[in-house]
Design a protein around this ligand. Structure first.
Ligand code: E4P
Length: 217
């Protein structure tokens, strides 16, 4: 399972990269705005900085919602760096653009996916990644993990190569459950990755080992 971090915060990306388990980064316009990154030029420069920190895939989201606009913006983003994945919303024009990009060998991440039918369309169009937002489904009392299960089954039935990128991950149990189901990738906050380190028995055990070692010296 690949681990992506879902942030535009450079310090957090570096911390995850330094841990040695990071496979990529996802961003979106809200995450950029949260870091105070506004304006086309600044956003472009920020993507370049992210690509310098991580060696993995970096999702960069288009703002346009019409086919020509998505294609223009996506081609510009893809030309920035070989690690850039063009993130395209799950809308009619987006699906057309994903097909266009796929035919041209440009990698894509189909975002804002909330149903199995949408995920099927994204795979048919040739998306590299599909991003079902499990946390946002949970927020409205709908089982986000069930969607991951449905997509896994559909993709396995037909051998679709589109990778299931479980997005809107909120905590460590989301990560573990997605791994059990067989999501190819998860993207979440730094805490959903570093939280996997924690167990009280590890802390107690280590404390005892170190104390016993000290007694013996
Ligand atoms: C996916 O790529 C999105 O950036 C993200 O996972 C959305 O998460 P949120 O629901 O926590 O905003």
């Amino acid at each position: 399972m690949k681990f992506f971090i879902d942030t535009a915060n450079l310090d957090q990306i570096k911390e995850a990269q330094d841990l040695g388990v990071l496979d990529g980064v996802t961003t979106n316009p809200s995450l950029m705005a949260k870091e105070g990154i506004t304006g086309r030029e600044n956003i472009i420069e920020h993507y370049k900085k992210i690509c310098e920190i991580t060696t993995g895939d970096v999702s960069a989201e288009v703002i346009a919602t019409d086919f020509d606009g998505i294609v223009k913006e996506g081609e510009e983003l893809a030309a920035l760096h070989k690690q850039i994945i063009v993130k395209v919303p799950m809308i009619k024009e987006g699906i057309k653009a994903i097909k266009y990009f796929s035919d041209k060998g440009i990698k894509t991440n189909c975002t804002l996916v909330f149903s199995a039918g949408q995920a099927l369309l994204a795979a048919k169009a040739g998306a590299t990644y599909v991003s079902p937002f499990i946390g946002r489904l949970d927020d409205i009392s709908t089982d986000g993990l069930n969607l991951i299960m449905e997509i896994r089954q559909i993709y396995d039935n037909y051998g679709f190569e589109t990778q299931i990128l479980a997005a809107s991950v909120r905590h460590t149990m989301h990560v573990i459950d997605c791994a059990k189901i067989g999501a190819d990738v998860m993207t979440g906050p730094l805490s959903s990755i570093t939280g996997l380190l924690n167990h009280p028995l590890t802390d107690i055990g280590l404390e005892k080992f170190l104390a016993d070692h000290k007694k013996g010296n």
